[in-house]
Design a protein. Structure first.
Length: 344
């Protein structure tokens, strides 16, 4: 779609799940279940898909695995079944040469934007970072990404973000530093440059999803707010998340936030702590999401490409606790009703 149409879609506020990777017990791509996952997200009402991101497992890029293009291609193929095609966001990683090659692959497969990780530039200054971003933006519109330190991110100060949002083909930013202070840096940079109407903000702060979506930010008379979310947490409970975003819009329009919203915010954070294995510094975050999808029948198992990557000690008990405590955050009944059709 055109950059203008893309900006308009993102500004609406979308639920964009980070797409997991379905594997067989032999740790090969399970194409049937990979397609089923995409169909689930589309049926749940997700407005976009993020593929080739952390939840899809960065190892798909290794030559011995060779799944980057096939996985992006499968999601793009199933997306054509949707009445309104979702916004397709490809994870873009690595130094400039690698990032450009990944961006070009994404363009050829029909992706709309690239979620640009800067983890490969741990020691680079802002000039080098901005030059890299501009180079990738020449190929593919950019979805900026403030990645938390625990997942390989780096600190990006407000001056970087001021320069980043001036790049013409930046269409959105995923804000996921898991820090109120660093989140404010992005909001302030966008407000300072006056591009809030052109660049959509998406929360990736799994510890504060609903707080982000409900918040308004204002600096020197200029405002900014989150439009939606691009989240690994939304790879499960996606239909409930779509309903939640509709509720958020209603609360905003009414200018009143009910106590129910604050309660739900804490329930979401508690759920995320279990699934994403906060107790063990996120070591079991991918396996935690897989466990929910396995229980629902969308995945055959919770296998990761790395045989050593699995749930941490005690994590399964925590997942069982939150799944029992908050059934209204899960899609068990919805998935059971449609699973056979999605697995066709």
């Amino acid at each position: 779609m055109s950059t203008e149409a893309l900006r308009e879609r993102l500004a609406r506020g979308l639920v964009i799940p980070a797409h997991p990777l379905a594997l067989t017990a032999e740790r090969r791509l399970d194409e049937v279940r990979q397609r089923a996952l995409t169909r689930y997200y589309l049926a749940a009402g997700a407005g976009g898909l993020a593929v080739g991101v952390h939840m899809t497992q960065f190892t798909i890029r290794e030559a011995s695995v060779g799944l980057f293009q096939p996985v992006l291609e499968l999601a793009a193929e199933i997306s054509r079944e949707a009445i309104e095609r979702p916004v397709l966001v490809a994870g873009i990683t690595g130094p400039t040469r690698q990032a450009l090659a990944e961006a070009q692959t994404a363009v050829e497969l029909g992706y709309d934007a690239g979620l640009l990780s800067l983890a490969a530039f741990a020691d680079a200054g802002n000039d080098e970072l901005i030059a890299h971003c501009k180079a990738v933006a020449e190929v593919l519109p950019l979805f900026g990404f403030y990645l938390q330190l625990a997942a390989g991110g780096r600190i990006l100060e407000v001056d970087f973000w001021r320069r980043f949002v001036e790049i013409d083909r930046v269409v959105a930013i995923k804000v996921a530093p898991f820090s109120r202070y660093r989140t404010l840096d992005v909001m302030r940079a966008l407000a300072d440059t006056g591009r809030s109407a052109e660049i959509a903000l998406y929360t990736g702060n799994d510890d504060a999803i609903l707080f982000d979506l409900l918040s308004e930010y204002r600096f020197n008379g200029c405002g900014a707010r989150f439009a939606g979310g691009l989240l690994g947490q939304w790879a499960v409970g996606t239909r409930r998340s779509v309903q939640l975003l509709v509720e958020v819009a209603g609360w905003r329009a009414a200018g009143s936030i009910p106590m129910e919203a604050l309660l739900r915010a804490h329930e979401l954070t508690d759920t995320n702590a279990a699934l994403f294995d906060v107790a063990n510094n996120f070591a079991g975050c991918i396996a935690g999401v897989h466990e929910i999808l396995r229980r629902q029948g969308l995945m055959a198992g919770r296998w990761c490409l790395d045989p050593d990557e699995d749930l941490s000690p005690g994590q399964l008990a925590e997942i069982e606790r939150v799944h029992r405590a908050y059934p209204h955050l899960h899609d068990d009944e919805f998935i059971a009703k449609h699973l056979d059709n999605w697995l066709r």
